[in-house]
Design a protein around this ligand. Structure first.
Ligand code: TUI
Length: 315
């Protein structure tokens, strides 16, 4: 298959695994890469040396390429950039900000940079700065989100840039993947779909909550703080949303309330008081499968739809 992103990154399937903080470790990333996708280690929750350890661990578990996600709001961002360059990681994705100030350093170390963008303006700027591709992420995604849907964002970004576009947000099966191709993307990134993978070490309570979730079970909080986050509704998000509406509650107090909640859910399994970041597509995610089964199923479904597009009219 002559696919731009597969050729660029030497991967078999144009499927990226989202760089989920506290969740996407060497274990998950190597499983995705071994299955032919692009596994991605989240740098968000690691200092430089912890990240180096994860990179080296992944190298022991796969000889396929994998990437690192640099979360630009991370307190360890400078260390993470340095380690990624030293370890010669072939590709990084970036999230929750503008990575322009690190581009030169990364490119000088031969690291391909694929920023997550939530707008056409940032996509254009990233192309100018030398990004290898962009991930256009719609607000259906879990975690930190922009304001535009995948359906509206992907074709506008695809028209605005000449580098490959990966679609993210609301994709968890072959229909979503085929739709992404129709919108002008040449690959997809999925987070929620990989949350329940056998090789994903997120707490089992979190997996169960994702599997039980229906279409309207996520909510976005944190808009007032300037970093909106989509997560499954629970006691924490209800309290947070109430306090966010109450002008007496200070931003400081809200920040404190959110701090540590992703770790609480993902690592400790407290899905009542923790933040179960998750995309709107959770209602479609029903089974625990291996990463290989997920990728092959989704690609297989998309392949049928792409080969016979006329079938789309017959519904
Ligand atoms: O980064 C993500 N998703 C994340 S990061 C994260 S960790 C976290 N923990 C606690 C509170 C907040 C976050 C959980 N999920 N996705 C990539 C993404 N980036 N989505 C949207 C954006 C984005 C939005 C605006 C990127 C750039 C941007 O504008 C930057 C600019 O300066 O124009």
């Amino acid at each position: 298959m002559a696919n731009k992103i597969c050729e660029m990154l030497d991967i078999r399937y144009p499927v990226f695994q989202g760089g989920m903080a506290w969740i996407a470790d060497a274990h998950l990333a190597s499983a995705v890469s071994n299955a032919g996708g692009l596994g991605i280690i989240a740098a968000m929750n690691s200092n430089g040396e912890q990240l180096r350890e994860q990179i080296q661990k992944a190298r022991q578990m796969t000889d396929r390429p994998f990437g690192v996600n640099l979360m630009l709001m991370s307190p360890y961002i400078e260390e993470a950039v340095k380690v990624v360059c030293e370890e010669k990681v072939p590709v990084v994705t970036t999230g929750a900000g503008n990575p322009a100030k690190y581009m030169e350093q990364l490119k000088a170390a031969n690291v391909k940079v694929i920023p997550v963008v939530a707008s056409v303006a940032l996509a254009r700027m990233m192309e100018k700065e030398g990004a290898s591709a962009v991930i256009a992420e719609g607000c259906e995604s879990g975690g930190h989100v922009g304001e535009t849907t995948t359906m509206a964002l992907v074709p506008q970004v695809a028209d605005a840039v000449n580098i490959p576009v990966i679609a993210a947000g609301g994709i968890a099966d072959g229909r979503g993947m085929a739709a992404a191709f129709m919108l002008g993307a040449c690959g997809v990134q999925m987070g929620t779909a990989f949350l329940v993978a056998d090789e994903c070490r997120v707490h089992d309570n979190y997996k169960e909550k994702v599997i039980k979730a229906k279409d309207r079970d996520t909510i976005v909080t944190g808009k007032k703080l300037g970093h909106p986050v989509r997560a499954l509704k629970n006691r924490m998000t209800r309290d947070f949303a109430m306090k966010e509406m109450n002008s007496v509650v200070s931003d400081d107090e809200l920040e404190k309330m959110g701090a540590g909640t992703l770790r609480l859910a993902a690592v400790e399994g407290d899905v009542t008081n923790g933040s179960c970041m998750c995309g709107q597509i959770a209602g479609l995610v029903e089974n625990k499968e291996s990463c290989e089964a997920i990728i092959k199923r989704i690609y297989g479904q998309a392949d049928v739809l792409m080969k016979d597009r006329s079938s789309l009219w017959e519904r």
